[in-house]
Ligand binder design. Sequence first.
Ligand SMILES: [Zn+2]
Ligand SMILES: [Zn+2]
Ligand SMILES: [Zn+2]
Length: 343
Amino acid sequence: MSEFRENLVSGRWVIVLTSGTRDAASGLEFVGKGRGTREDEGADYDPKCPYCGGNEHMTLPEVSLIRGQDGSDSGEWIVRVVPNNQGVLRPTGEPVVRRHHIHQFITGVGTHEIVVESPHHSVQPYDQSLDRFAAIIGAYRDRVAALETDRRFEYVSVIRNHGIERGLGTSHPCSEIVALPFVPVDVQAELKQSEDYYEFSSSCVVCDLIQSELSAETRVLLRSDAFVAIAPYAARVPYEIWILPTRHASSFVAITDAEAREMAFCLGRVLLALAEDLGDPPYSYYIHTAPARAGDMSYYHWHLELIPRVTAVTGIEYGTGIPVNPMSPEQSAAFLSRKLTVH
Ligand SMILES: [Zn+2]
Ligand SMILES: [Zn+2]
Ligand SMILES: [Zn+2]
C-alpha cells in the first residue's frame, strides 16, 4: 500500500510505502551505482530479466504492443508497455483525499507503466533504427493520451533513467510512465511562470526562448525543422539539455508521427554524444507537458529536459534549493555542439 503525503510546509508531495510492499529489514538499495557494475551488462538476453524477449510471461499482460512493419523484423515486437508489477501505485479505486490531524494524504491510486524499448537486453535508443526509436516516442504519446482520458488522473509523466538505480531490478532499456491524481509542484511552478510571462508579453515563453536562442546561437546544440536542442541559460548541472518543439503546443500528445521521428533523431544524437563523448554518464530525462484534459493552452509549451548526473548535490542546494553549476551552459554547448551538427 502507498499514499501520497503532502509536506505541509513546502506543498510538495511524497509517495510513502505504508505497508505490505517492502520489508524494512531487507535493507535499502542506495543510489550511485553507475553503469557497468551489473553482471548482466552487455548481454543480449538475461534469463532473469522480465523485459527480455522470450520472458514476456514474467510481466503482467501488456497494455500496448508495437510490432515491426517491415518483413525483416520477422514478427518480433519493437515496443511493449506493461504495468509495473512492483509498482508503488495501484491502478484501481478512486484517489481519496484524507486527513490525519493537520496533515492530508491521498490514497496511492495511480499507474506506473514500463515502456520496454526493445526485446534485446543491452541496446540503447541510439543503437536502434530511427523507425524503432520513433516508435518508442509514439508509444509514449499513445499511452499518455490514453491515461489522460482517465478522469482520476490529473497529470501523466514520461521519465527515462539511465545508469541509475531505478528500482526496476534490471538494466534492460526502459522508460516509465506515471499517472498521478494531482499536478506536481514543479509543473505547477512552470505553468504559473509561463502564464505570468504571457500576461506580461502576450507571447509564449518557450516560443520566445527558441527565437532568442537561435539568434544568439551560443547555447544551441542541434536544430531540425521541428526541434531545437539547447543548453538552457540557467542550466542546473553541466550538460543539462532541453529539447524544444518549434511548433507551439501545450501538450506532448499533440506530437505527430513525423515530429516523433524528428524528436527521435534529435534525442538519439544527444544521447549518443553523452555516451561517446562524455563517458556515458547516468542521466534522467523527462517530458513536461500540460495537465490532463487542460485543452490547448497558449501560454504553456511542452518540452523535454535531460539532466546528466555528473555532479554531487551541494550543501547550498540542499539548504536553499539553488543548484551550483560548475560549468556554464555556454561551455557545455561549445563542447557538445562540436559533436553535433548545427544546421
Ligand atoms: Zn532484459
Ligand atoms: Zn510556445
Ligand atoms: Zn520543464
